[in-house]
Every structure is written in C-alpha cells, then in structure tokens.
Design a protein around this ligand. Sequence first.
Ligand code: C2E
Ligand code: MG
Ligand code: MG
Ligand code: MG
Length: 276
Amino acid sequence: NMLSDLTSVDLFADLTTALRGQKFVVDHDTLQEALHKNEFILYYQPQVNLLSGEIIGLEGLMRWHHPQSGIKLPEVFIPIAEETGLIDQLTEIAIAQGFNFIKKLNSMLSLSLNISARSIKDNHLVQVLNKYCQQFDIAPQRVVLELTETTTMKDPEKAQDILNHLRTKGFRLSIDDFGTGYSSMAQLAQLPFSELKIDKSFVTTMEHSPKSIKVIASTINLAESLGMATIAEGIENSIAAIGLRELGCHFGQGYYFARPMDQQATVQWLKSWGAP
Ligand code: C2E
Ligand code: MG
Ligand code: MG
Ligand code: MG
C-alpha cells in the first residue's frame, strides 16, 4: 500500500545519505595506511576433535579494525590486498601475530593460516615462516597452511616445488574449501597435502540435503584413501557435528563451537572449554 511504499523510500533515502556520509573506500593507499597503523588483527576460531571434543588447534582469520567503520571482514580487503600487491605484508602480520599468540598460550595447539595463491610464487613465504618459527620458537609441524584449490593452477610446477619445499621443512598443508574450486584428482594425489577441509557450503546444508551428505561422505573416503585428515568448516549445530562424526570426519570448526574471536576472548573460551 501507499504508506509502506513511502516509508521504505524514505528509509532508503536516509540510508544512502548515511552511507555517503562515511564513504568507505578500500584501495592500495587506505590499506597501506591501515597496515602502518596496525589496524589488522588476527582472530581465532577453535578446531575440535569431533570424537573426543578436544581442541586441536586454531584457525587465524584476519579482521580490520577500522577506526570509523568498525570491524571489516576479509571479503572487503583480501581481494584488494591481492590485487594491489599488499597481501604478502598482510600474510606476514598474520604469521607474526599468530605465532606470538600460540607461543603465549603455552599449549601444543596448532595454528592454521590462510595463504593466498599469490604468495605461492617464490621463496619469500618460506623465508618469512622460517624467520618467525625461529623468533617464537615454533615447530613448523604446528603450523598448517590453508590453500585453496586454485593455488596450484596458474603455474603448477612452480607451485608444486614451493609446496614440496614447505612440506620438507615440516609445515603442514591443507586444502581449504574443498569441492568449490577446480582441481584435478591427479593434482590432488601429487601434491603434499596432509589435510582436506570440507567446504562450509556442504556442511551448512547437510541437515536438509542428502546430496550434500553424499558429497561429504565421498570426500571423507577420498581423503582417507590418500592418507589425509579431514576437517569440516561451518558446523552450526549439533546435528552437523554428530552427522560429520558419524561419517568419519576427524575434526571440525564452526559457530556451534565458537565464532572467530580476538586473543582475549579466545583465552577465555579455551579456559571454559577445558583445553589441554
Ligand atoms: P575460510 O578460510 O574458508 O574461512 C571460513 C570462513 O567461514 C570464515 O569467514 C569464518 O569466519 C566463517 N565461519 C566459521 N564458522 C562458520 C559457521 O559455522 N558458519 C558460517 N556460515 N561461516 C562460518 P571469514 O573470517 O569472513 O573469512 C573469509 C575468508 O577470507 C576465509 O575463508 C579465507 O579464505 C579468507 N581469509 C581470512 N583471513 C585471511 C588471511 O589472513 N589471509 C588470507 N590470504 N585470506 C584470509
Ligand atoms: Mg581457511
Ligand atoms: Mg574454508
Ligand atoms: Mg571459505
């Protein structure tokens, strides 16, 4: 009716004015400035053993604490950081903050970090990782590098060399978002991955979709036959947690256990969970 139409038009006008008032631009210069001002903070989401309930590790997920616009998610800044060549700086910040944190925690938890495809191009990443492993006295075996399937597509041989090198140094490699990218089974069998991460698009739908369950079940079988561990992301309720456990998935993470949290909240959460 007329009244509700008018109201929504008014609301829309208000909203666009408000948005224009604090226009939020993300480009090379704003990201560079934010890097200098230390506005990037690594958050942590716990990873749980679905059989025992034990915490096995934390995934680092980057957040931008923007002084005016609040907390920004990676979708807002990671693609631009990749395009503008700032992603390596952001990766180094994740490594430095993450290693510092797991050292402070004084536990044996592993740390998973998301690595952009752009960083698998030369020796830089392995040098940075080695540097911080020494600085914080972290064994590479505790560090899991999460890569998406597209990482190895542009220059497969170069990527394979770098991944083999990282693996030889002891770092663990995980395929993130498995099932959503483009990958050949041959590549999967050749590359030195130790973990396969089931994408949340299958996990959040498994409750209502027999097809998602079938995809998950065959992914777990595939990983098992290749000697890889499986971890599910996007576990939002106990039905998913129990279902995945019954399908033989080893590990999981998701809002059901905990959202990504800052350092202080993570410490509190680990205490209340009774982490080792
Ligand atoms: P990802 O590595 O696949 O991470 C999973 C995403 O799912 C995260 O989004 C996480 O907050 C979200 N999530 C966790 N539990 C649940 C759940 O139960 N339900 C649902 N619906 N979602 C859940 P986030 O933090 O926004 O990160 C998005 C993506 O940005 C990540 O996907 C990763 O690809 C990328 N990213 C995050 N941090 C970094 C970083 O430091 N470096 C790089 N290169 N990429 C990063
Ligand atoms: Mg990830
Ligand atoms: Mg993922
Ligand atoms: Mg994802």
